[in-house]
Design a protein around this ligand. Structure first.
Ligand code: ADP
Ligand code: MG
Length: 247
C-alpha cells in the first residue's frame, strides 16, 4: 500500500541479547505465519519484513517475551500484530462473552488515540476474514459506545491507558484469558505520565501465569524507567535493539 523504501535499513546495527535467540526471518513465509495471515500481509502491500520484523517475528512466534527498541517508522506495529494474530487464529476457541465483562486474549496499550486507531486499523487488515475480533477504546470521547463494544466481546483490545484503567475499575474487563500483553511506545507513555496506570494494568496481567502469557514491550528509546519495567514484568525475555538507541 505504501511505497516506503526500507532498504536503507538493511545494514543497520542489530543487537539481540538473551538466551536461545531464534534465527531472524528473511521473509514473512519463513517466519512460520499461516497462509491466511500471509495473504493478508500481501494484500497490505508488505513485500518483505523490515529489520525489526525480521528479528521480532521468530522471537514472538517462539513464545518468548520481548523488549524491542527501534526508531519510529521502522514497522514495529506489524512486528507484534502478525505473530499475535497468527497465534490467536490458530488457538482461539469461541470468545468468552458474559453479560458481566469481557475477557480479551490480547491487550495492546498505546499512548494516544491516533496511535491506538492506527494499530486497530492494521490489526483489522491482518485479521480480515478470520474470527478474530478487534476493538479500540480511548479517552476524550463518550464512554458509552466503547463500553458497549467492549462488553460485546473482543479477542484483541487496543486501548489508551486511562480508558483501559477505567474499564478495569468498573469490572468491564478481566485479564483471566490474556495471552498477549503489548506495551507500545513505552517511552512516550512514560513522557506522558502514564507509568502509574500502565504499571497497574501490567500488575493485573500477572494473574495469568508466565507460561500462558507473553508480554511484549516496544519503545524508540530505552530510559531507566523502561528498563525497570521490563525487568519487573518480562519473563526470561530477549532484548532487541535496531539502530542506535538512546537511553
Ligand atoms: P513504528 O511503529 O515502528 O513507528 P509502523 O508500524 O507504524 O512503525 O510502520 C510505519 C509505516 O511502514 C506504516 O505505514 C506501515 O504500514 C509501513 N510498514 C511496516 N512494515 C512494512 C513492510 N514490511 N513493508 C512495507 N511497509 C511497511
Ligand atoms: Mg508504533
Amino acid at each position: 500500500s505504501c511505497g516506503i523504501n526500507f532498504d536503507k535499513y538493511d545494514n543497520i546495527k542489530v543487537e539481540v541479547t538473551g538466551e536461545n535467540v531464534p534465527q531472524p526471518a528473511e521473509t514473512f513465509q519463513s517466519a512460520g505465519l499461516c497462509q491466511f495471515v500471509l495473504d493478508n500481509v500481501k494484500k497490505s502491500g508488505y513485500l518483505k519484513p523490515t529489520p525489526v520484523q525480521k528479528h521480532a517475528l521468530p522471537i514472538i512466534m517462539s513464545g518468548r517475551d520481548l523488549m524491542a527498541c527501534a526508531q519510529t517508522g521502522s514497522g514495529k506495529t506489524a512486528a507484534f500484530l502478525l505473530p499475535m494474530i497468527n497465534t490467536l487464529i490458530r488457538d482461539t476457541k469461541d470468545l468468552i462473552i458474559t453479560s458481566q465483562h469481557c475477557e480479551p486474549h490480547a491487550i495492546i496499550i498505546s499512548p494516544t488515540r491516533e496511535l491506538a486507531i492506527q494499530i486497530f486499523t492494521e490489526a483489522r487488515k491482518f485479521s480480515h476474514g478470520s474470527i478474530v475480533k478487534v476493538v479500540v477504546a480511548y479517552g476524550g470521547t463518550a464512554v458509552y459506545h466503547q463500553a458497549r463494544q467492549v462488553m460485546d466481546g473482543c479477542h484483541i483490545l487496543v486501548a489508551t491507558p486511562g480508558r483501559l484503567i477505567d474499564f478495569v475499575n468498573r469490572g468491564r474487563i478481566t485479564f483471566s484469558s490474556i495471552r498477549f500483553l503489548v506495551l507500545d511506545e513505552a517511552d512516550r507513555m512514560l513522557d506522558m505520565g502514564f507509568m502509574p496506570d500502565v504499571e497497574r494494568i501490567m500488575n493485573h496481567s500477572t494473574m495469568v501465569p508466565n507460561g500462558e502469557r507473553q508480554t511484549l514491550m516496544f519503545s524508540a528509546t530505552f530510559p531507566v524507567d523502561i528498563q525497570r519495567l521490563a525487568g519487573k514484568f518480562l519473563h526470561s525475555y530477549l532484548f532487541l535493539a535496531i539502530g542506535i538507541v538512546g537511553g
